[in-house]
Design a protein around this ligand. Structure first.
Ligand SMILES: Cc1ncc(COP(=O)(O)O)c(C=O)c1O
Length: 375
């Protein structure tokens, strides 16, 4: 903590990301499951920086990385990350060609996409490594379990395709205690694996487990888990506290831009929906909704180790807080993370903002510097 007093960074607002905590979480998950790990760094590692975070996860023992779009994989390759990378989402024809050249693994999910991949791979004289996606209950990309064998035979028969993995994704394991769908989805997945093996295709990796399943549902572990959020300090279950064995990774900090004693009845921000009640110390923070700090009325931040309310409407690039006393400009304010004995965690913001935890962190504007620390 650095209050009262000047913040240590040269930026008005910044994210502090603890790479030692990422390494710790990765090792803990590997020890807990005893199987390989594909670490998910999609959406710029949930806003925290895919390259540094992905490197840290690989150094801590992850075997592979996963992203949602090809461009994310290309950015990792560009930075010299040569581990296997899987793209979960669609790949367009030009992307298929580039992905094959860079050994980026694509998701195999339909006949048309199998044909695209095969055609480009054969034209390049290469073999495309793909992971076959089974739709066991998400209704998103994938083939149904009962179609899996025939589909795998079709895809491999086209030529130029190697099915390196087979996978599926749980629909509600993170927000339903004793999720009734998880065993059903696992059963469908096993049926799919059997079907694929039945046509003589033996993928090296079988993976179903996101963070929640990796932490709480051992039948899903197969020979690889595919976790992201818990590795970057996001609570894996909405109905349980953050696991004691894992560490928080992210803090969001800012410097106090201004602090003034405003007179009684002074209206604040657009719409003047807040008016001072007596003379009040009002601080200005250089953070707004364009940064990802949502425009709701019950936000709080930490100042001098205590919660203080955000008052008035959040502007695009600034917001105001009601303070108990005057503080110097540059005093460090915490929007997310720990200050003294108090903390505002990702799940507190997701509850306040009525959204998913990943949505809290993934949309923090790229203009905010990411500062990497170790301990
Ligand atoms: C297909 C797939 N697998 C794995 C994950 C990682 O999930 P989590 O961040 O909950 O570990 C995601 C993220 O939503 C995903 O879309």
């Amino acid at each position: 903590m650095n209050t009262p007093g000047t913040a240590v960074q040269p930026y008005p607002t910044w994210l502090e990301i603890n790479l030692s905590a990422v390494a710790h979480n990765t090792r803990r998950l590997l020890e807990r499951t005893g199987v390989d790990l594909m670490a998910v760094v999609k959406a710029n590692a949930y806003g925290m920086g895919a390259v540094p975070i992905g490197r840290e996860m690989l150094a801590a023992g992850a075997k592979a990385l996963a992203v949602a779009r090809y461009c994310e994989a290309a950015a990792l390759r560009q930075e010299g990350v040569d581990a296997p990378i899987l793209v979960f989402g669609m790949t367009t024809l030009p992307e298929v060609e580039a992905a094959i050249g860079q050994e980026v693994r694509m998701t195999l999910h339909s006949r048309e996409n199998a044909e695209r991949i095969s055609q480009r791979a054969k034209a390049l004289g290469k073999t495309a490594k793909v992971h076959l996606k089974i739709d066991t209950g998400m209704g998103r990309l994938g083939v149904l379990a009962e179609e899996a064998g025939e589909f795998a035979a079709f895809a491999v028969g086209l030529g130029g395709i190697e099915i390196e993995g087979i996978y599926t994704h749980f629909a509600m394991i993170d927000d339903e205690p004793d999720d009734p769908m998880a065993p059903v989805q696992m059963e469908r997945f096993r049926q799919a694996v059997e079907g694929v093996r039945g046509v003589g295709v033996n993928p090296r990796w079988l993976h179903t487990a996101n963070s929640a399943a990796a932490m709480g549902y051992p039948p899903s572990w197969m020979n690889m888990t595919r976790a992201g959020s818990v590795l970057v300090g996001i609570r894996p279950f909405y109905f349980e506290p953050f696991p004691a064995e894992m560490r928080r990774v992210l803090s969001w900090k800012a410097q106090l831009a201004s602090c003034r004693l405003l007179p009684d009845g002074w209206g604040l921000s657009y719409g003047q929906v807040y008016r001072t009640q007596g003379a009040e110390w009002i601080g200005v923070l250089p953070v707004g909704y364009a940064d990802g700090f949502r425009r709701v009325y019950d936000n709080e931040v930490l100042m001098n180790g205590r919660r203080v309310p955000v008052v008035g409407r959040v502007c695009a690039d600034a917001c105001m807080v009601k303070l108990d006393q005057t503080y110097p400009e540059g005093t460090e304010v915490v929007l997310l993370g720990q200050q003294g004995q108090e903390a505002i965690q990702i799940e507190d913001l997701s509850a306040r903002w009525k959204t998913s935890q990943a949505d809290v962190t993934a949309v923090i504007n790229a203009r905010i510097p990411r500062v990497y620390v170790r301990d």
